[in-house]
Ligand binder design. Structure first.
Ligand SMILES: *Cc1c(COP(=O)(O)O)cnc(C)c1O
Length: 305
């Protein structure tokens, strides 16, 4: 049985009014660990459990780590999450609440990740946050659900970090005969690794990432994500941190749901950049969620712009 929930699909009156077209929201923010990540992570963890793995390891102090911790708790499999010293107390506490062991190692993510990989043995499954076909198959269920509901849509909007959600949604569209439906792939200025690769015509790695959309902070997208940008209809969009923060605050008022700037980036296409959606009448936005922010932090960001 899948570990994720079937989430609500709602027509958003406020976002439709703001953008001048029909906007539908797939409410992944309502997944118990806070984001869509449990779809792919849950599928991967179930696969590994069935294949005899007895421990899961993650090196994400964000929503992927939370999803692995949640999946491990549901499957009664111990989880270790390796995070760098920069990880917030809130993130460590959310992972710990799910019963996972949190191991703080190193000043930056690379060191925590190396330590995580070094701890992997024959009985351990390392769960990658975005670059694994098992994840994409799980993420694709978000589109299966929308199609099953009977909704017709002519574009999909989503956020891109390492491109796992993007690859999963592309797979979901393909397996439902919707491979021609364009995907708007949204990043923030400080995390625009897909946009940089598209512009360079080759997979590039950013020297650094910056800004408030930390869940989008992969310096390089997966090979698969870059390949998709060349082989299916994709519109790359880059928005500002101010757009992302402001979208989160408006979304909180409009739909009474708190999401991270990583999700606000996608929502800002309806709130602030509807010109990019010209020609599309029924747009599906994956409200990907994210559990690492608070109202207080959002207010502080908004005040700083
Ligand atoms: C992980 C994450 C993303 C980006 O997903 P990728 O698969 O890395 O592209 C976007 N939003 C939230 C809330 C996330 O947790």
């Amino acid at each position: 049985m899948p570990l994720h929930l079937e989430t609500p699909l709602i027509e958003s009156v406020p976002l439709s009014l703001a953008s001048g077209r029909s906007i539908f929201l797939k409410m992944e923010a309502l997944q118990p660990p806070g984001s869509f990540k449990i779809r792919g992570v849950g599928a991967a963890c179930e696969h590994h459990a069935q294949n005899g793995k007895r421990r899961f390891v993650s090196s994400s102090g964000g929503n992927a780590g939370m999803a692995v911790a949640y999946a491990g708790r549901l499957l009664s499999i111990p989880v270790s999450v390796f995070v760098p010293e920069t990880t917030t107390e809130r993130a460590k506490s959310l992972i710990g609440q799910q019963g996972a062991e949190v191991i703080v190692h190193g000043a930056a993510w690379d060191e925590a990740n190396a330590e995580a990989l070094a701890s992997v043995d024959a009985e351990t499954a390392f769960i990658h946050p975005f670059d694994d076909p098992l994840l994409w198959t799980g993420h694709a269920t978000v589109i299966d659900e929308v199609v099953r509901s009977g909704l017709a849509f002519d574009a999909v909007v989503l956020s891109v970090g390492g491109g796992g959600l993007f690859a999963g949604v592309a797979e979901g569209l393909r397996r439902n005969g919707l491979q021609q439906v364009p995907i708007f792939a949204v990043e923030t200025e400080g995390t625009a690794s897909l946009a940089a690769s598209i512009e360079a015509g080759a997979l590039v790695e950013l020297a650094s990432v910056s800004g408030i959309a930390t869940s989008l902070g992969a310096r390089k997208v997966s090979d698969r994500a870059f390949e998709l940008s060349r082989t299916r209809p994709v519109e790359s969009v880059v928005v500002s941190d101010a757009d992302a923060a402001s979208a989160c605050m408006r979304f909180l008022d409009d739909h009474r749901v708190l999401v991270e700037p990583a999700c606000g980036a996608a929502l800002s296409l309806a709130y602030a950049h509807a010109d990019r959606l010209a020609g599309y009448e029924r747009v599906l936005i994956i409200a990907c969620g994210g559990a690492t922010t608070t109202v207080e932090r959002l207010q502080a960001w908004q005040a700083s712009y």
